[in-house]
Design a protein around this ligand. Structure first.
Ligand code: ZN
Length: 79
């Protein structure tokens, strides 16, 4: 069970109220997924969902900021 879960559609953290994924959520996700491509794929889906939610709420986020927030901390898979 992930305590630092996103509160949708505003995408802040349920535990610490920072923008999701907060530092702790990132650590939990990295621990849960380990290395590999799945985390990046899932975070890309969540990035799309969050961008759509925030845009619908009239708070269209900066695409570069969102990319860094959702994917900037995900380790690239090694080939
Ligand atoms: Zn949190």
């Amino acid at each position: 069970m992930q305590r630092h879960a996103p509160v949708k559609p505003l995408w802040f953290c349920a535990a610490c109220a920072h923008g999701w994924p907060c530092r702790q959520a990132r650590a939990e996700l990295l621990a849960e997924y380990g290395t590999g491509r799945l985390l990046g794929l899932d975070m890309a889906d969540l990035l799309t969902e969050a961008t759509a939610d925030l845009t619908r709420l009239g708070a269209a986020p900066d695409p570069h900021h969102m990319h860094v927030r959702f994917l900037g901390w995900v380790r690239k898979p090694t080939r």
